[in-house]
Design a protein around this ligand. Structure first.
Ligand SMILES: Cc1cc2nc3c(=O)[nH]c(=O)nc-3n(C[C@H](O)[C@H](O)[C@H](O)COP(=O)(O)OP(=O)(O)OC[C@H]3O[C@@H](n4cnc5c(N)ncnc54)[C@H](O)[C@@H]3O)c2cc1C
Length: 405
């Protein structure tokens, strides 16, 4: 009797993890990865600035799902089965130790994505996973109980088909022709372009406790904001780009944001200014910085509020007081365009989650067809959440296929 066969389309994070898990467990199956490029695991290599942010130190499924603008509901039960603790354990078992950074991101202790790649390649080699490079899949069809997958002039037959092709328009087209709904893809995790010479001149300054709103939309995020020479970046901006990914795409990335640089209320700032006017009446405004705002940014806020830095606090007019409080808490900026975040970016959109059974990541339309990773309409915030979703999906698929072998 011939061995059961598993075909994996896409040699990225999810595809390799599924291959490794299945190969470690079953010696009597034939696993083949079909990769369109000359090289596999390209995104893993460049991920996290070359360090690969493998996962995040968030160990409660109910907290973890909050990091997924798309996939929150669907990932809850899967995370109860395979979550960052399991990721850490699996890599540790395979001689890859992970470390946690102050913000919760987890990386290999080598600070090199090559460690992750070597780990996957070692396991695949040991268990004879067949990795086919330069094999772009251009057709998939069901032939009785088998899957028939076509790569230029060659055809592969398999019992189980795992699709881990990431954000692949050609694969989405094939899946649409097989009856799946594809949610249109839009970018997520990008930074905002703001054309304000004075602000752009402050590149490098970070406001650690800012909050942001997009005017006209309901999204609000909080966290550090980094000023760059093209606009704004940092965790609060990246979070916003993810939560509002679809709406911002519809707005063609032209919109107004309101920034509260210090996450204090306007009224509280007015009260604090009143106090400083009494306690530091004779001091120059430029020399008494409020809320530990970086000095150069404080000068910018004074400038935009029409206040001389040499002016004494006692002489601050009512209008200047209100303008300063408003500029600290309700600063409006016009965003015109987006820019790529080099550390991590991802695509929102993909296979509609309504058509996938999240007990086993199997298509509800086609039996023995599975999806994991970015091919699905699931994406997370920056911080290791996108890889975690890929690992979890691959784990559950491998578990499900194992029960059928
Ligand atoms: C610069 C950058 C940095 C990132 N850093 C991080 C990070 O540090 N942490 C994190 O959690 N996430 C990070 N991400 C996101 C993360 O890389 C993805 O979410 C993850 O790689 C998705 O895994 P995947 O297996 O679904 O898809 P991919 O890793 O994209 O793999 C899909 C594979 O399928 C292949 N393929 C596509 N079409 C076909 C076809 N027709 N036939 C055959 N093969 C095909 C592709 O060539 C590719 O190799 C980063 C992304 C980028 C772009």
């Amino acid at each position: 009797m011939s061995k059961p066969t598993v075909l994996i389309i896409g040699g990225g994070a999810a595809g390799f993890f599924a291959a490794c898990l299945l190969a470690e467990k079953h010696s009597n199956i034939k696993i083949t990865i079909l990769e369109k490029d000359k090289e596999v695991l390209k995104k893993v290599r460049i991920s996290g600035g070359g360090r690969c942010n493998v996962t995040h130190s968030c160990f409660e499924a109910r907290d973890l799902v909050k990091f997924y603008p798309r996939g929150e509901k669907e990932l809850y039960a899967p995370f109860l089965q395979f979550q960052p603790k399991d990721t850490i354990e699996w890599f540790s078992k395979n001689d890859v130790a992970l470390k946690t950074e102050a913000d919760g991101r987890m990386f290999p202790i080598t600070d090199s994505s090559e460690t992750i790649i070597e780990c996957f390649m070692r396991i695949c080699k040991k268990h004879h996973v067949d990795i086919k490079l330069s094999c772009r899949v251009n057709a998939v069809r069901k032939m009785d109980a088998k899957w028939e997958v076509t790569v230029s002039d060659k055809t592969y037959l398999s019992d189980y088909l795992i699709i881990t092709a990431g954000s692949s328009p050609s694969i989405w087209t094939i899946l649409a022709s097989m009856g799946h709904t594809i949610v249109p893809a839009v970018p997520s995790l990008f930074t905002f372009k703001v054309n304000d010479k004075a602000l752009n001149g402050l590149a490098g300054i970070s406001l650690p406790a800012a909050s942001i709103k997009i005017l006209g939309l309901k999204h609000a995020t909080a966290g550090p904001v980094l000023i760059t020479h093209w606009g704004l970046s940092g965790p609060a901006i990246l979070k916003m780009s993810a939560w509002a990914a679809v709406e911002l795409h519809e707005l063609k990335y032209e919109f107004d944001i309101e920034v509260n640089w210090i996450s204090q209320t306007y009224d509280d700032v007015l009260t604090d200014i009143k106090q400083i006017k009494e306690s530091d009446a004779k001091k120059q405004i430029g020399n008494v910085v409020m809320y530990k705002i970086p000095h150069r940014f404080w000068m910018y806020l004074l400038h935009t509020s029409d206040i001389q830095s040499t002016q004494q606090w006692a002489n601050l007019t009512k209008k200047q007081t209100q303008d300063l409080a408003r500029n600290m808490t309700k600063f409006t900026l016009n965003v015109k365009g987006k820019s790529t975040n080099k550390e991590e970016f991802v695509t929102a959109g993909g296979v509609s989650l309504k058509e996938v059974n999240f007990k086993n990541f199997q298509s509800k339309i086609q039996e023995n067809l599975y999806f994991a990773g970015e091919v699905l309409n699931i994406d997370g915030l920056t911080g290791g959440f996108n890889f975690q979703s890929a690992w979890t999906g691959a784990y559950i698929i491998s578990k499900e296929i194992s029960t059928k072998l």
